[in-house]
Design a protein around this ligand. Structure first.
Ligand code: PGA
Length: 240
């Protein structure tokens, strides 16, 4: 499979900044790099980015666990789907830790993904305390268990919480160990992305690992030049 490069913009960029960034991304994609690009803008720009992006897919960063109704401020699966998105991030650690999102809520969201033809990108990852306490595999297994009954296509993003936005990347070998564990559970066909301080300097070595199929990139995806460089490097990789 081509490397999957996903840009998680989080709660950043105004509308004209988003337009500018997509212009540069379109430029970087114009020589048809062999990568699978996914942009995750905020809800308010799903439509805008979907119509401006020339190559790639759109993902929402979150989604309501309710189908529709009296849930002021929530965004439903069908709204996301009809805004031009094909994917949705679920269980990002910022959602789990800052908004108390639970596995039960994620299970509800997965049902709605199936119903509305959205491809979930399920984020999993341990905190430093959990890693130090020897709980790594247990935490990952528990977070992955929500996908057991999910019959459609999905992606996994392994994002160690201690590496997100900290500048502290897991070494390719450390990440690969966890990816190999995840691979045993999800099988060969499910793409498994790595996320956590990925940038133009470390993308190559990460993508060369056997079980790392792509990257979910936060900070570096907001910088036009660096993100274009990441696209170029990912395209030029010698695939194993
Ligand atoms: P980061 O974020 O690249 O800024 O560490 C990754 C993510 O949270 O998806």
């Amino acid at each position: 499979m081509d490397p999957i490069i996903a840009a998680n913009w989080k709660m950043n960029l105004n509308s004209s900044e988003a337009t500018q960034l997509i212009e540069s991304i379109n430029q970087a994609m114009s020589n048809k790099p062999e990568i699978d690009l996914i942009i995750c803008p905020s809800f308010t720009y799903l439509n805008q980015v979907a119509s401006q992006l020339t190559a790639g897919s759109i993902a929402a960063q979150n989604m309501s666990e309710f189908e529709s109704g009296a849930y002021t401020g929530e965004i439903s699966a069908s709204m996301i789907q009809s805004s031009g998105a094909s994917h949705v991030l679920l269980g990002h650690s910022e959602r789990r830790h800052k908004f108390n999102e639970t596995n039960d809520m994620i299970k509800q969201k997965l049902l709605l993904c199936e119903k509305h033809n959205l491809i979930p990108i399920l984020c999993v990852g341990e905190t430093l305390e959990e890693r130090h306490a020897g709980l790594l595999n247990m935490v990952i297994n528990e977070q992955l268990s929500v996908i057991n009954d999910f019959k459609s296509k999905y992606y996994i993003a392994y994002e160690p919480v201690w590496a997100i936005g900290t500048g502290e990347t897991a070494t390719p070998e450390t990440a690969e160990e966890v990816h190999a564990h995840i691979r045993k559970i999800v099988g060969e066909k499910t793409p498994v992305l790595y996320g956590g301080s990925v940038n133009a300097n470390n993308i190559r070595d990460l993508l060369l690992m056997a079980n790392i199929n792509g990257a979910l990139i936060g900070g570096a995806s907001l910088k036009a030049t660096e993100f274009s460089e990441i696209i170029k490097i990912s395209h030029a990789l010698e695939r194993v």
